[in-house]
Ligand binder design. Structure first.
Ligand SMILES: [Zn+2]
Length: 439
């Protein structure tokens, strides 16, 4: 073989290699969780951080839902402007033609979606309660996929909700129909966290082998196995010869016991025995953002990071016992699998212990200018400063806590987008309120 041919065949070989990519669902599964909320600005910041981290796709919200629309449209503008540079923004929609139509009408620039419908008999019988049976589930999904394609959606995944409790032959039939209708991926949802690393491997392998469609792995932590199941599912997809897409959330926040934690999953894929280095992880992923995004999400959610959290917990690189401390000091590999520097840790953080001026919903121009001067941001004139101040007040109404420096920078830099994000107008009320009877 000549040199050029050799190079070509090597390039071909590389192009053929299946890859594990990440679709983060913090802004969908994370925020739909009981007692957990993010403002539209906080969701935007999560998208910006995920993009900086080289994440392949962010499931950024619900295009069908009225109050999401301005946020979604504004974030699609950020993508168009190149502020969100590489990451795809995808919407979550029920796999129903009408929902797809409504979503596309209100978020016209939407290019990526996941369409979701339940596939287990448990949910078909006890959730749809006779409205749909197995055949109708497939028909409804196929119709929704076709609608999405007709309306110019570039790439879409079809979600089999409760896939782990779905009859495998039916799941294969469902995925085959999705593929024929034009779906680009099938999302295997372990909605209840029922799978084990062994069962998910077998089922995803069989599914991928038969259908030959890239598989998304979506796991929950009800039995405490979420990251192991995610890694095992991804391994199965790659072993079966298709690309794997794993769903994660920042700090593992998600329905009930949560989803696969973003950082833990990346660490497991990079460093665990028989996986790390063997199963190709998306090369764009940059863990140095880990510390920043986890800290931000913790602040935004108002939920502390557990002390023993992999990678970003207070104790992830702390050693105290004699033997461990001595060993770690002699050679970090004695007691550390990976370096804290890789996760963006190691730089001391400065905490102001004296006077602090914060900006809030009732701030005035003097304090506001002081805060921005500290960030070395200068305004063109008084009018500009007043306009940004007004936006910052609105941001505080939404966040209900002091804004972070990155949030303040974002508002000053993209005021028009920020304004769109803060704007929410509920639909008209056509019927008057109910009368209350007191007994
Ligand atoms: Zn979920």
């Amino acid at each position: 073989m000549g040199n050029k041919e050799k190079q070509q065949s090597q390039a071909k070989e590389k192009a053929k290699k299946n890859v594990i990519r990440i679709i983060d669902v913090t802004n969908r599964d994370g925020v739909q969780t009981s007692r957990i909320c993010l403002s539209k600005l906080q969701k935007t910041m999560i998208n910006l951080y995920l993009d900086e981290m080289g994440i392949w796709q962010s499931e950024f919200g619900f295009p069908f839902t009225h109050h999401e629309r301005n946020y979604l449209n504004a974030n699609l503008k950020l993508a168009k402007m190149g502020v969100i540079s590489d990451m795809r923004l995808s919407g979550w929609i029920r796999a129903i033609r009408k929902d797809v139509e409504v979503a596309k009408r209100y978020v016209p620039d939407l290019e990526y979606v996941n369409l979701s419908i339940s596939t287990s008999d448990q949910m078909i019988v006890y959730k749809f309660q006779g409205k749909l049976d197995r055949d109708k589930v497939i028909k409804t999904m196929v119709d929704a996929v076709k609608a999405a394609k007709e309306m110019g959606i570039k790439a879409l995944g079809v979600n089999a909700e409760d896939a782990s409790r779905t009859d495998l032959n039916y799941l294969i039939e469902f995925a085959m129909a999705a593929k024929e209708a034009g779906a680009d991926r099938i999302r295997y949802c372990d909605t209840l966290g029922y799978d084990s690393p062994f069962s998910i491997y077998e089922r995803v392998y069989e599914l991928a082998k038969k259908v030959k469609l890239p598989v998304e792995i979506h796991c929950h932590n009800d039995l405490g196995m979420v990251v192991a199941n995610t890694v095992s599912g991804a391994k199965a997809a790659i072993d079966a010869g298709v690309d794997a897409y794993v769903n994660t959330t920042v700090n593992g926040i998600g329905e009930r016991a949560g989803n696969a934690d973003l950082v833990s999953t990346i660490l497991a894929l990079k460093y665990s025995s028989q996986i790390g280095g063997k199963y190709p992880l998306d090369e764009n992923i940059n863990l140095s953002m880990a510390w920043r995004i986890c800290k931000y999400a913790s602040y935004a959610f108002g939920i502390p990071i557990p002390i023993n959290q992999p990678g970003v917990g207070e104790n992830a690189f702390a050693h105290e016992s004699g033997i461990h401390a001595d060993g770690a000091l002699k050679d970090r590999r004695n007691y550390e699998l990976y370096d804290y520097e890789e996760l963006g840790r190691g730089t001391p953080e400065i905490i102001e212990t004296g006077r602090q001026i914060t900006v809030g919903e009732y701030s005035g121009i003097k304090g506001f200018r002081n805060v921005y001067e500290r960030l070395e941001i200068k305004f063109k004139d008084e009018k500009q400063a007043q306009e940004i101040l007004e936006l910052v007040r609105y941001a505080n109404v939404h966040n209900q806590k002091p804004l972070t420096e990155d949030e303040l920078r974002f508002i000053a830099r993209y005021p028009k987008i920020a304004r769109e994000i803060f704007t929410m107008v509920p639909p008209e009320i056509t019927v008057d309120g109910v009368e209350l009877y007191h007994h």
